[in-house]
Design a protein around this ligand. Structure first.
Ligand code: HEC
Length: 317
């Protein structure tokens, strides 16, 4: 008996050991695989992207001045940063080509312009955008990659006033430059960006020429018919200083300035939604069926009561 038991135990022990080792291996793979994938994804190499000769020769008609670069930066932050990353290194949420590598910068502006128009794979085509904006963003990419002179970026503060009237809503931003002796002076001719947060990216509001005046102030009218994020018309406004000489600075505020997001029963209701959003037909048929069942039960009960009453009458009779 004893010997038999030992014999049985031995292979069992072995077995359980090997399953635990296998368990560890599987666990290790499960844990390491995502890390490996992330590493791989960051080293994505894109195949060469040939550009026709005539595209190579297109000249950039926009001078890379302060205004163009700042416009380009604003455009980049909205349309490119998610993939190409903060500094153009291609390290955004979707792995993209580096825009600041030697290989990328050795191309002509015309070639970059061609690629922006065409798009390839994950890289969208920006054909729908005005050419000026594309040249601006190219100017910004070159500036971003350029040899960094010892730019000491200045600091500022933004004060924002949200003004509601019966007819319209306004946002006034005032920019103050912080001086070395920590006093503040109004900063004129600063480019300010006004945005509303959307599911993907940001929506620019307030037009293109949003520069502060010599009191450091700029006022925009808030668009009256912008859909909010929910039934209460809540939305998030972002006010950002977009001047190359300053550190990035933004203020955001949640306001009830949107139009209530409508819930149409046609597109909002679905089988998998919670009680408030199930399809009408489902509500009706559910109601119909349960109503019918209850009706049947009530009728049966009434009939039973009738029989009961008749019986009682018979008894007393
Ligand atoms: C959805 C992600 C995504 C967005 C948004 C995006 N890109 Fe790209 N971009 C890519 C990917 C991925 C590639 C590599 C495509 C390939 O080579 O197949 C690329 C390639 C490029 C290239 C070519 C690089 C080279 O050397 O060949 C340029 C230039 C470029 N992007 C600029 C921009 C600019 C400017 C914007 C914004 C206006 C932008 N991209 C927006 C994903 C994106």
């Amino acid at each position: 008996m004893n010997i038999q038991k030992q014999e049985i135990r031995k292979p069992m022990n072995k077995n359980s050991k090997s399953t635990s080792v296998r368990g560890f291996r599987i666990l290790a793979i499960v844990l390491l695989l995502p890390a490996a994938l992330v590493l791989l994804a960051q080293n994505v190499e894109f195949p060469p992207w040939p550009v026709p000769d005539e595209a190579n020769e297109i000249e950039n008609p926009i001078a890379p001045d302060k205004i163009s670069i700042e416009e380009g930066m604003a455009f980049y932050n909205i349309n490119c940063k998610a993939c190409h990353g903060d500094r153009g290194e291609g390290d955004g949420v979707i792995p993209a080509a580096s825009l600041v590598s030697k290989q990328a910068l050795d191309q002509t502006d015309g070639a970059l312009f061609y690629k922006l128009l065409e798009g390839r794979g994950q890289m969208p085509s920006f054909r729908a955008v005005s050419e000026t904006e594309l040249w601006n963003v190219i100017n910004y990419i070159r500036d971003m990659a350029g040899p960094k002179k010892d730019i000491v970026r200045k600091n500022a503060t933004i004060k924002v006033v949200f003004n509601e009237t019966d007819t319209l809503n306004e946002i006034t931003a005032q920019v103050w430059e912080l001086q070395d002796d920590s006093t503040e002076i109004p900063a004129g001719e600063m480019k300010m960006g006004f945005y509303v947060k959307r599911y993907f990216g940001e929506l620019k509001i307030g037009g293109d020429r949003t520069y502060t005046n010599d009191q450091g102030k700029v006022t925009i009218t808030f668009p009256p018919d912008l859909p909010g994020e929910n039934e209460e018309g809540i939305l998030t406004v972002i006010i950002r200083l977009e001047d190359m000489e300053f550190n990035t600075l933004e203020v955001s505020e949640t306001l009830q300035w949107g139009t209530p997001k409508e819930t149409y029963w046609t597109d909002k209701r679905a089988l998998w939604k919670n009680n408030d959003y199930v399809p009408i037909w489902l509500l009706l048929s559910f109601g119909g069926i349960t109503g019918g069942v209850w009706l049947t039960i009530i009728i049966v009960m009434l009939q039973l009561k009738k029989i009961h009453d008749i019986n009682r009458k018979k008894k007393t009779a």
